[in-house]
Structures are given as structure tokens and as C-alpha cells.
Design a binder for this molecule. Structure first.
Ligand code: FES
Length: 757
């Protein structure tokens, strides 16, 4: 979300959560200014005092004698009609605690933990078909509509003893669908006002009657569920449920709060969590590498984008805070969404950082009205991540999300489309904020200090480096074919394929060939880098993914064996039929022969001084059915393999280049324009400069690494115009699609390109 700077002092008038675009414009910028310039601000239009600092919000939430709840916790008319006076959200003590004691035992962490299997079954049911959907490549899923919303719905139905979405009885299914429908209609507001529309009123009446009928049903026939527990409960010998339940009964308000809190807040938390992980692939990589961070990720999402952004209180006495006096009877809005980003409490508060030291946040409220369902929300979010993340892998946003048109206190997503499945390329620039020169590019990718745990000569002129995180944390997950950037002081950054075991998150292994004609990094590794030294690694990325196939032919030349090593391990594990032909100048220069020996005659070792050049005609002259060819090695080998595969089916050959593919003359020799759509800039790229350098000079941040079109880091989406692809990353189909390009080397075929920057 863009944050706008303005010189005018903040006032509470800036804070208007009734405004339809308030939460989609820049609420966090408004919060920041209020915290810093007007921590107790009076909004004349709505007659509220607004508290935004962490300590103030927390102190007010804890001081239930001064900041009372009898006028409701909402700021719109739902406090009168949906959670009416006399229900638990509008109650002060002692009655609040008495009513809460009826339901509290069912939400104790120990009791909630018993729901784990049921919740996991719900999530597996929702996620189950996604993997099949992505069987043919990338697929799309709406994480809001297909997980974040239906999961808490199903869990709520389970808790209340209601039929599941697979109920046999069509009447049960219809009632359930009706309740889902009403849930969304409950949120219909007259735009810009606190008023419910007639649609919302009708839905409110429908939900209330649904609960009343349910209570009556359980009164007639008890079951082992929460509703029966309400019916049978008493408070000091007085039945909790009235003989004649009405929408204004305490139990009606309690059920509405459980319903709204249980479904909408959890949908908000779950959607936000997955969205933040899509936008922060570095954090997602940490989570994928170390699932024990999942609870921390849930808390961090809850802090950063709190589903329940605010709650309201009424003062029982005059209160003076930061020099501002709030009279007795004043309506006060406690903005938890602002408090949770208070820089006085949280360093770098706007950053999503799942390794942030655990600290108290106000995402679940505090004090007597602290969230009853917090253990359940945490459990649901955790299970959603545990079950969905392995299926989604490195998922990416697939278009703009849409915001749920909710009541003014909620931050919830309605649609969150993402693409997932086996990916040809990782996203690289999605987290970069443009329009500023002070972007922190490293937030878009994992980058860490790594210690050289071992350096071993594995062939003449080849060393294997074993790298471990300097803090001994797990390293991000990777798949065969992936590479990392090795960032060394004083030499250009170079990319090296990962050749260790992808299942081992404790270390990366790289093979490095000494290249006297290179740009210096391999000489640095060979001559200066020692075990115990530290380097930086960035990535991993994968431009050379192993696509599922029953049969593979791997061809490696020299140091090109490194990505192939991990591939043959994966092919073997998958039970595929594979063979490797490995060429080199002479046997002593060929790395990892000892590791390859275990595969027996699946591997053909062909030193040139013993067996001559590889017989590519024999290997590739006749296309093999259902076979994919993977080749990595020096440019002459790649060019020859490409030529021999001319008759193979399109898509059968996969190559990876360590050096740029030779390019012909550019399609256009004159300068051309690039329009940067998000930055609203139009720049001229002269013939002697790259798009990347022109864009960077204009202050627009783009990640880049190799600057020669081989690593894929600078990949940029193309919105208009036709690129002149001059990289060594994209395959023929990807080039023809013309929807992305490597701006470090590729240019424009025409006078103008439009880029998503
Ligand atoms: Fe490596 Fe552009 S920076 S492809």
C-alpha cells in the first residue's frame, strides 16, 4: 500500500474508517501521523477520541473501570442491532465475567487443542484438490474464497454441532449456504456512514432467528455440542438461556459475537498471513525451511495487519492523557491496528519479520474483553499454513486482491488470487517499493551471511564449498536446478548451482571451477576463501527446474555436472528411468565421480582424452518418447545439443547456461522509450545503455545480479510493446509470450515498452 507524505499536522479527521477507501488507501500512514502528532485526537464529525499509541491503547483496554463497554465495542450501528445492548460485547463487570464463564471453558487452549484433528480434516478437504489442479504446471487459487473464509465457517459449524458442507440432507446444505450468504450481507453499510442497509438488517434478523431456532432445537433434543451447553448452563442457579429467546437475549448476542469473531476475524488473519508471505518471499523461505517458525508468523501477521483494527469504549470519568482531557461519558476509539505498529514498541514496525523477538501485541485485545477465541484462531491459522504451504510452494500474487466490504473495524480480504505449482522462475522484484531511491532490495529475496563450513578439492581446478548460515539457522528450501548468488567482497557477484541435498536445510553445497578468464570470483574462491570465512548468499532461484517425467536424459559437460547432481538424485527417488552422459576434458578434471559411481551403468563417464567428443548424434539423433533432456555445460556443448534436438518435441530440451548465449544484432538500433507503469515515469533508453541502468538511474529499484542475462534476477513483467529478448534464461515459449523480460540485456523491438515497475 502506498504511503503518502504530507506536511499538514495530523488530526482525528484524517482517521475515518467509515470512508469506503480508508483501509485500501493508507491507514498505516494515518496511524503513524496520529501516533506522532496527535496521540489523543478528537474527531468532531463522529464525536470520538482516538488513541493510537501502544501503551495508551493497552492501558485503556486494561482499565475496564474507566473505559467501559456498556455502549458497545463497535462504532457503527451494529452495536445497536447485531450485538445489542446487554450482550457480552456491551457488558461490564460483574455480569461480563459471569456470562463469559459459561463459554470460556470451551475455549481454553487445552480444549481447543482437541479440535486439531477436526480442523486439519477441514483444511485438507479444502486444499486437497489444489495439487491436482497444478499437475499440468501453474494453477490459480483464490486463497480468500477457497481457504481463509470456508475454513473458519466449517470450524464454526463443527463447534456448533451443525452439518458439514458435505451433509447428505439437501435441507442442511441449503441452511448452511443461507447462513454463509447472510454472513456477507450482514456487512452491508450505507457508504461513508455508520448505518446498516435494509439488506444488512434483513440478514441480521435471519442470523438471529437461525440461532434462536438452533437453541430451541437443542432444548428439545440435547447433543454434545456448544449450543446444548448454553441451553443447559445456569449462572448462580438462574438458567442462562431465557425461556423465550429473542434477538436481545444475552445468548443471542453471545452467539453472534462467537459467529462474527470466529469466522470473519479468522478469515482476516488467515488471508493476511498468506498475502504477507506472498509479498515477502524471504520470510516465506524462512518458514519453508523451518516450519517451527509458523506460530511466530501467525503472531507477526496478527500484529502487522490486525483483523480487528479497533474497539470502542466509553469513559466513566474524566481522563487526561498527553495533555488532552476526555470528559466522563466520552466515546473513545482504541485503534489496535495503530498500536501494533507503534515504533515506540516495535523496532521497524512496518516490516513483516517472522523472526522478530516475541513481544506482546494487541491483535487479540487485552483485559476483560480480550479475544475469547484466540487459541482457536491461532490453531486454525497454524494448520492452514502447515497444510497449504507445502502445496502452494513459491506461490505468487495473481492479480490485485479485493478488500472485503466489512464493518469499519475489520481488515479482511475478499479475494486473494495466487498462482502456484512448479515454477520456471522465481519472482524477484515483487517486494521492491518503487518511486523511491531508498528501497531495500534485499527484502525481496533471502540473503544471509554464510560461513564456509568446508572447502574441498573435488577435481583438478574444482572445489566444493559447503556453506552454513552464520547463525546456524536453517537455509531456505530449494529444488534441483536452483542456484544462489555468491556475494564476495571486491569481486562481481556470481551464480553457482546448488549440488547438495535439497532435503538438508542446514547447508548448501556449491561446486566452483577455477576460471582464469572469468570475472574474478572463482579465483577468489580458489585462492583466498578458506573454511571459517564468511560470505553472503542470495537466492536460491531456479531457472532450470526439473519437470516431472517418466524418463530423462541428462547431459553434463565439465562443471555443468553441478545442477545435474541434484536432478539425478530426484529422478532416482521418483523412480524415473534416467541416464546421465557426463563429458569432460580428462578424468581428473571431472568432479564428483565418486558420488556418481553408486548409480552404476546409468551414468556414462566420457573423458574427452579417452573417448573423444560426446556422440550427440547417437544420443539425440532420434527423439525418444516421453523423455526430457537436461543439459548443462559450456556454450559449444549447449549449442550442439540444441542443434541435435531440433527434431525433438517442443519443450523436451532444458538447458542452463553459465555464460550468456551469443546474441545477434539487436532488433532495433535506435533509442526507445520505456514507460514504468507503477512509477508513472517514461524514460529514454539510448542504444549504448541497458534498460536496467536507465531505470536504476531514475531511482526505481530493481533487483539484479549477473547483468548479463543469465541469472533471471532482473526479470520484469511486460505490460505493453514487444521485447527483443537477448537473455539466456527464457525458453522459446516464454520468449513468445512476451509477458516478461530480463531488462539487464534485453531491449525493445519497437519504439516503446511498458513495464510493470
Ligand atoms: Fe541476471 Fe538480468 S541481472 S538476468
Amino acid at each position: 500500500m502506498a504511503e503518502t507524505a504530507t506536511a499538514a499536522p495530523a488530526t482525528a479527521e484524517d482517521y475515518d474508517p467509515f470512508r469506503p477507501d480508508f483501509y485500501t488507501s493508507d491507514p498505516f500512514g494515518v496511524y503513524r501521523r496520529l501516533r506522532n502528532e496527535a496521540p489523543v485526537a478528537y474527531n468532531e464529525r463522529w464525536g470520538w477520541w482516538v488513541l493510537t499509541r501502544f501503551e495508551d491503547v493497552r492501558a485503556a483496554a486494561l482499565d475496564a473501570d474507566t473505559f467501559r463497554s456498556f455502549e458497545g465495542m463497535d462504532i457503527d450501528d451494529s452495536r445497536l442491532e447485531q450485538v445489542p445492548p446487554g450482550s457480552i460485547g456491551s457488558m461490564d463487570n460483574p455480569r461480563h465475567d459471569q456470562v463469559r464463564s459459561v463459554v470460556q471453558p470451551y475455549f481454553l487452549p487445552r480444549r481447543i487443542a482437541q479440535l486439531e484433528d477436526g480442523i486439519r480434516a477441514v483444511v485438507r478437504d479444502l486444499v486437497g484438490s489444489w495439487r491436482d489442479r497444478a499437475a499440468g504446471g501453474r494453477a490459480t487459487v483464490d486463497l480468500a474464497q477457497e481457504l481463509a473464509w470456508p475454513m473458519p465457517f466449517d470450524v464454526f459449524f463443527h463447534l456448533m454441532g451443525l452439518p458439514s458442507r458435505h451433509a447428505d440432507d439437501p435441507l442442511d446444505r441449503a441452511r448452511r449456504e443461507q447462513l454463509e450468504h447472510w454472513t456477507h450481507e450482514l456487512k452491508d453499510r450505507v457508504p461513508g456512514t455508520p448505518h446498516l442497509t435494509p439488506v444488512a438488517r434483513a440478514a441480521t434478523a435471519g442470523v438471529q432467528q437461525f440461532f434462536i431456532d438452533l437453541l430451541e432445537d437443542r432444548r428439545r433434543a440435547a447433543r454434545d455440542d456448544l449450543v446444548t451447553a448454553f441451553v443447559e448452563a445456569d449462572i448462580d442457579g438462574v438458567p442462562f438461556v431465557d425461556a423465550q429467546v429473542t434477538p436481545n437475549s444475552e445468548v443471542s448476542g453471545l452467539m453472534m459475537i462467537l459467529f462474527l469473531g470466529g469466522v470473519e476475524s479468522t478469515a482476516g488473519l488467515t488471508g493476511t498471513l498468506f498475502r504477507l508471505l506472498a509479498e515477502n518471499p524471504d520470510q516465506r523461505a524462512l518458514l519453508q525451511a523451518d516450519p517451527s517458525l509458523i506460530p511466530a508468523a501467525v503472531e507477526e501477521a496478527m500484529r502487522l495487519i490486525t483483523p480487528l483494527q479497533l474497539t470502542a469504549r466509553t469513559t466513566s470519568r474524566e481522563v487526561t492523557l498527553h495533555g488532552v482531557t476526555i470528559p466522563a461519558g466520552g466515546r473513545v476509539v482504541l485503534v489496535m491496528g495503530a498500536a501494533n505498529r507503534d515504533e515506540r514498541q516495535f523496532p521497524d514496525p512496518d516490516r513483516f519479520d517472522i523472526t522478530r523477538p516475541r513481544g506482546r501485541h494487541l491483535g487479540f485485545g487485552e483485559g476483560v474483553h480480550g479475544c475469547l477465541g484466540a487459541p482457536l484462531a491461532r490453531l486454525e491459522a497454524r494448520i492452514a499454513l502447515e497444510e497449504a504451504l507445502p502445496v502452494l510452494g513459491d506461490y505468487e500474487p495473481a492479480g490485485p486482491p479485493t478488500f472485503y466490504p466489512s464493518s469499519p473495524n475489520m481488515y479482511v480480504w475478499k479475494n486473494l488470487p495466487v498462482t502456484f505449482g512448479r515454477t520456471a522462475r522465481r519472482p524477484h522484484v515483487e517486494a521492491v517499493s518503487h518511486r523511491t531511491t531508498t528501497v531495500t532490495l534485499t527484502t525481496a529475496e533471502f540473503e544471509a551471511e554464510a560461513r564456509v563450513a568446508a572447502k574441498r578439492e573435488v577435481a583438478d581446478g574444482v572445489v566444493a564449498l559447503t556453506l552454513r548460515d552464520a547463525g546456524d539457522r536453517p537455509l531456505p528450501a530449494w529444488e534441483p536446478g536452483a542456484h544462489v548468488d555468491l556475494v564476495l567482497d571486491g569481486t562481481p557477484t556470481r551464480q553457482y548451482s546448488l549440488c547438495g541435498d535439497p532435503a538438508d536445510h542446514s547447508e548448501y553445497r556449491l561446486g566452483v571451477l577455477r576460471d582464469p578468464d572469468g570475472r574474478g570470483s572463482s579465483l577468489f574462491v580458489h585462492d583466498r576463501l578458506q573454511a571459517g570465512d564468511t560470505v553472503r548468499v542470495r537466492g536460491p532461484r531456479n531457472n532450470f527446474p526439473l519437470v516431472d517425467s517418466p524418463r530423462y536424459l541428462f547431459i553434463a559437460g565439465g562443471i555443468g555436472i553441478t545442477p545435474i547432481l541434484a536432478m539425478i538424485r530426484a529422478a532416482e527417488a521418483a523412480g524415473a528411468d534416467w541416464r546421465l552422459v557426463y563429458g569432460g576434458r580428462h578424468r581428473a578434471s571431472m568432479a564428483f565421480l565418486d558420488e556418481l559411481a553408486v548409480y552404476g551403468d546409468r551414468v556414462s563417464v566420457r573423458p574427452q582424452d579417452e573417448t573423444g567428443l560426446l556422440d550427440l548424434e547417437a544420443l539425440l539423433g532420434t527423439p525418444q518418447p516421453d523423455t526430457l533432456v537436461y543439459c548443462c555445460g559450456p556454450e559449444p556443448l549447449l549449442a550442439a545439443v540444441e542443434e541435435h534436438c531440433g527434431g525433438w518435441p517442443r519443450g523436451a530440451l532444458h538447458v542452463e547456461r553459465f555464460a550468456p548465449r551469443p546474441q545477434g544484432e539487436p532488433a532495433r538500433t535506435e533509442s526507445f522509450e520505456v514507460e514504468l507503469a507503477r512509477s508513472e515515469l517514461t524514460l529514454t533508453v539510448p542504444p549504448d545503455r541497458s534498460i536496467l541502468s536507465v531505470v536504476e538511474e531514475a531511482g526505481v529499484g530493481v533487483l539484479s545480479s549477473c547483468a548479463e542475462g543469465t541469472c533471471g534476477t532482473c526479470e520484469t513483467a511486460v505490460l505493453g510493446g514487444v521485447p527483443d529478448h537477448r537473455d539466456s534464461v527464457l525458453g522459446p515459449d516464454e520468449r513468445e509470450a512476451n509477458d516478461c523480460m530480463m531488462i539487464c540485456v534485453s531491449r525493445s523491438s519497437g519504439p516503446r515498452l511498458v513495464l510493470d515497475l
